[in-house]
Design a protein around this ligand. Structure first.
Ligand SMILES: Cc1cc2nc3c(=O)[nH]c(=O)nc-3n(C[C@H](O)[C@H](O)[C@H](O)COP(=O)(O)OP(=O)(O)OC[C@H]3O[C@@H](n4cnc5c(N)ncnc54)[C@H](O)[C@@H]3O)c2cc1C
Length: 366
């Protein structure tokens, strides 16, 4: 999603783009993810990171409209709302601790008793001790969003080379002169590496250390006969994301499992147990499919976006961990600013590889 978003943004600014997308057949995190979009802050963010994040969340509504207008493809972007449930006192504390962050960002959040939560979502018959309602939570359907981005990019002249992997970046002095691919060598003008968790492997031979360790996430997809949940239901890192057609995504795990993208029985069993605890009625749903994919993590939880020294024509955009879909629009704008020599909309040093470690406070993890 990061590479395609950058390609589309660059093409919109008149830049000729060739996009190499290797490893066809393996689900990327961008295809596999749940497509949750955090509520858009309504107050002016306190810092540059907050401003970047807020702008990205805000851009999603516009991008969904533009993609639909340009391609006729519905990305599934919906402001469906969300409920963050607490199943014990520790959860209540965890949610209440975040309350000041939501207030500072001007995010509408309303505490619900279990009875109030069930009034909104009658299927939440499991053992919950309270919940917060977020009317501003949204979702999109990842495969639809990717299809729309690819189609819109092609229409703007982007050449998408699917199934062609980049094997090596070939430097010549202070430039990356070419890339060696599985289908031959390509000369580069400017090169943007947005290869998810594989980014570190591409950059290491150039002496560039950009850790993007793969953080596996699993998902189970079930189907009800009709939509019976309206809102996203979250509890810590686990969630239920209901689609309009009765399907429900049950996610997700966080595992350091190397580059192994396969779901496991233990991972899926844990997710199903979580779902049934909150929503026993899901026991009647049909299990359609399960999958896993590798999120690109980073050193400190923030993505790396920007120029890669000492190369004049090399940029990277990777390491978005659990928020790559949400942050892709602003990432694309920032990279396109840097590629076209426009005054960057946000301060890129925040996302540089050599940034100092900063503690980040996330109002929402995903
Ligand atoms: C289960 C799960 C749920 C998630 N839910 C959410 C969510 O609700 N909201 C959210 O914002 N984020 C979510 N995420 C995180 C989000 O999906 C990722 O942060 C995001 O997809 C990362 O995008 P990316 O483009 O950087 O990486 P990827 O999706 O990994 O894409 C990288 C691409 O580069 C290609 N590539 C790699 N190496 C090469 C090479 N050498 N040559 C050519 N091509 C190459 C790969 O084939 C791939 O297509 C979730 C992730 C998972 C796994």
């Amino acid at each position: 999603v990061v590479g395609l978003s950058i390609a589309w943004e660059l093409a919109n600014r008149g830049v000729q783009v060739d996009l190499f997308e290797g490893q066809a057949g393996t689900p990327s995190a961008s295809w596999a993810g749940a497509g949750m979009i955090a509520p858009v802050p309504t107050r002016r963010p306190a810092d540059a990171w907050g401003a970047f994040r807020a702008a990205s969340l805000n851009l999603h509504a516009t991008w969904a409209e533009r993609l639909h207008a340009e391609t006729g493809i519905d990305t599934g972007y919906r402001r469906c709302g969300g409920i963050d449930v607490a199943i014990d006192a520790a959860d209540v504390d965890r949610l209440n601790q975040r309350r000041p962050l939501w207030e500072a960002e001007g995010i509408e959040a309303e505490w619900l008793t279990p009875a109030q939560a069930r009034q909104l979502e009658p299927e939440l018959t499991g053992d919950i001790c309270g919940a917060y309602l977020f009317p501003g939570r949204a979702q999109l359907r990842n495969p639809w969003h990717l299809r729309a981005l690819a189609e819109a990019s092609r229409r703007r002249g982007v050449r998408i080379h699917s199934g062609i992997s980049v094997e090596a970046l070939e430097p010549d002095g202070a430039r990356v002169a070419s890339v060696r691919t599985t289908k031959g060598r390509w000369a580069c003008g400017t090169l943007v590496v947005a290869a998810g968790p594989w980014t570190e492997r591409l950059l290491a031979p150039l002496g560039v250390e950009a850790p993007t360790p793969p953080l596996r996430g699993q998902i189970a997809l079930v189907r009800w006969d009709a939509p019976r949940l309206l809102r996203i239901v979250e509890c810590g890192p686990r969630y239920l994301v209901p689609r309009d057609d009765g399907r429900v995504l049950i996610g997700s795990t966080e595992e350091w499992a190397g580059y192994d993208p396969r779901p496991t029985t233990a991972g899926i069993a844990e997710l199903l147990a979580f779902a049934l605890r909150l929503c026993p009625g899901l026991g009647q749903a049909t299990l359609e499919r399960a999958w896993a994919a590798l999120r690109p993590a980073s050193r400190d939880g923030l993505p790396y976006i920007g120029r890669v020294t000492p190369f004049d024509n090399l940029l990277l955009a990777a390491g978005h961990r659990r928020t790559g879909v949400q942050l892709a629009p602003a990432t694309a704008v920032l990279v396109a600013d840097l590629v076209t020599g426009t005054q960057p909309t946000w301060e890129p040093t925040l996302f540089g590889l050599d940034r100092p470690a900063v503690p980040i406070n996330l109002a929402f993890d995903s």
